[in-house]
Design a protein around this ligand. Structure first.
Ligand code: FPP
Ligand code: MG
Length: 221
């Protein structure tokens, strides 16, 4: 991956998220200062590049997943009552639940509008379906964490929905921007899903270790 590719991506990201609403600018700067690994958007761009030269739609596919993922973390930290994210206080901890919730709403709508205003209806549908799956996964996890009877099949159902859905959507949307063959796009969608499953298993294993991962590790028990 060229070093300046992600720099360009992050410049676009700030442009897309720009707005002068109170609180909001502060939160965007805070999120920008404490970025994550941006693994979903990197995967999206790499899948796009497998099929040819990156274009505007390739960048939009990657931007949308990054923003939706960030929104989902703002909401997730409220749901999990988590005080820390990426080694610093979470947005809910710093500004409160209301601001964190509404900021998550605004940025996710901005991401979806980016697809709609460019008539990327295929990408729009992929991401809306992924968000639906993620929220379903969260609800299933909530139910299971109360009943304490999660079996292996349910565990995989949960992580496929709550994490792998975004990975898969990111790879598929990126691929759609450059590939024309349906089966190649589907293969990359599946590739993303498996990477997402592996990623979440690793994330869950942090709960059994002592490594400092920049966020509370015992929330999901
Ligand atoms: C992290 O899980 C969080 C998710 C996988 C997604 C949570 C999604 C929502 C709360 C709703 C989605 C909303 C929008 C706007 C898209 P985790 O708690 O296992 O991981 P963590 O340890 O990083 O907190
Ligand atoms: Mg959480």
């Amino acid at each position: 991956m060229e070093p300046n590719l992600m720099n360009r991506f992050n410049e676009y990201l700030l442009e897309v998220l720009n707005s002068d609403i109170p609180y909001y600018q502060e939160i965007i700067s805070y999120l920008n200062e404490h970025k994550g690994k941006q693994i979903r958007s990197r995967l999206s761009l790499l899948c796009a590049r497998l099929g040819g030269k990156l274009n505007g739609k390739s960048y939009r596919a990657a931007l949308i997943v990054e923003i939706l993922h960030t929104a989902s973390l703002l909401h997730d930290d409220i749901v999990d009552r988590s005080k820390e994210r990426r080694g610093v206080p979470s947005v809910n901890e710093k500004w409160g639940n209301k601001v964190a919730l509404l900021s998550g709403d605004i940025i996710s709508l901005k991401a979806l509008l980016l697809a709609l205003s460019n008539e990327d209806y295929d990408i729009f549908k992929i991401y809306v379906k992924a968000v639906e799956k993620i929220v379903e996964g969260e609800l299933l996890q909530m139910k299971k964490s109360v009943s304490l009877n999660t079996d292996e099949e349910t565990y995989f159902r949960i992580i496929e929905a709550k994490t792998a859905a975004f990975f898969s959507a990111a790879c598929k949307a990126g691929a759609l921007s450059t590939f024309t063959h349906e089966d190649q796009i589907e293969q990359l969608s599946l590739f993303g899903m498996y990477i997402g499953i592996a990623f979440q298993m690793k994330d869950d294993l942090f709960g059994f270790g002592h490594e400092n991962v920049g966020k509370p590790i015992d929330n999901d028990f």
